[in-house]
Design a protein around this ligand. Structure first.
Ligand SMILES: *[C@@H]1O[C@H](CO)[C@@H](O)[C@H](O)[C@H]1NC(C)=O
Length: 325
């Protein structure tokens, strides 16, 4: 008996040591591309990081709730220097909710941030903050306990300043005006796949294209949609060669013909030459997979992937990794 439990203890240690060993070696591996590492202020998970070119910083969202900035010095530090996250916004009234998608609206000197109850799926809101003062400009309630289960996930802004927020649970898009008024909800049968297992995570990353349409991804079906705002919000499935884009998460528009899809694999480059009627996966990038790439952003013309999982003790270290395709 004693021998048996010793043996099972040894097996248990071995089993837990293997994944830890893999993570340690993955962490020690020299990254092949440029990485911004930063120390977090608290929790283990960061959902989104977007570059704010005016203020030379990444704006990051805390899964435990709150928004931070990670300033990047003018003289970019040599390899191995760890930047520091500073908390810039915290909604006391939303305690218990996560902060998720971010859209930096440089033109209006503000940033939009999604806040939602990821586990309970009973609360979703969109907030806007002044980029210079972090004063809150609005906090728009999107859904609550008496509505259908929802969880607001990601956001982008059109040329007029309207915000579009994806619902990763019910598969819809909330449209919020420039002053924070809820204008409408975009629904379409194409947003709901038939199979139950493809409904687990619905609409996720979203980008506004300067030609007047949205590109949206559905995580579990891998579908990419074009929502044409100039044609009454007409929804079409973009035919993607090399798709479907299963497990696609955050998106970033690299140029009018290229988007970067964060997820698993860490990054995919998708290109379209016909105004996003069709597209193809032209390249893939594998970063630190164990940290999970959940969002993409563009800094000085280059795509970067933000990874969700912080690793380290006592301070958790996060990684924003350049994707080279
Ligand atoms: C999220 O915030 C709302 C609004 O204040 C609150 O009612 C709700 O309890 C919060 N959710 C969680 C999971 O704490």
């Amino acid at each position: 008996m004693a021998l048996f439990s010793l043996k099972s203890l040894a097996i248990l240690l071995l089993l837990t040591a293997i994944p830890i060993g893999i993570i340690v070696s993955l962490e020690r591996a020299q990254p092949s591309t440029h990485v911004y590492n930063y120390h977090g202020t608290g929790g283990w998970l960061r959902e989104c990081a977007k570059w704010d070119p005016t203020n030379r910083r990444f704006i990051v969202s805390f899964f435990e709730g709150g928004v931070g900035e990670v300033r990047v010095p003018e003289e970019e530090a040599e390899k191995g220097v760890v930047l520091q996250e500073v908390t810039v916004a915290m909604e006391v009234s939303l305690a218990g909710n996560s902060s998720l998608g971010i859209s930096v609206d440089t033109q209006r000197n503000r940033v939009l941030v999604v806040h939602a109850d990821v586990l309970g799926q009973r609360y979703s809101a969109l907030a806007a903050y002044d980029l210079s003062t972090w004063q809150r400009l609005f906090l728009t309630h999107l859904s609550g306990p008496s509505d259908e289960k929802s969880f607001a996930d990601d956001v982008d802004v059109d040329a007029e300043g309207n915000a579009y927020v994806t619902d990763a649970k019910a598969g819809k898009i909330w449209k919020v005006g420039v002053e924070g008024n809820l204008i409408s909800i975009i629904r379409n049968p194409l947003f709901t796949p038939k199979e139950w297992y493809k409904k687990l995570v619905a609409l996720n990353g979203i980008v506004y294209h300067p030609d007047g349409f949205l590109i949206v991804i559905h995580t579990f079906s891998g579908n990419l949609f074009k929502v044409d705002l100039s044609k009454g919000e007409e929804v079409k499935v973009i035919k993607v060669t090399g798709g479907p884009l299963y497990f696609g998460d955050g998106l970033a528009l690299l140029s009018p013909t290229k988007i970067v899809v964060a997820g698993n694999p860490s990054g995919r480059l998708v290109e379209s030459t016909d105004g996003w009627e069709t597209a193809s996966v032209v390249a893939k990038f594998s970063g630190p997979m164990h940290r999970l790439a959940t969002s993409a952003t563009v800094k000085d013309g280059k795509p970067y992937l933000s990874h969700m999982i912080g690793i380290g003790y006592p301070k958790k270290k996060f990684a924003i990794v350049e994707a080279v395709f």
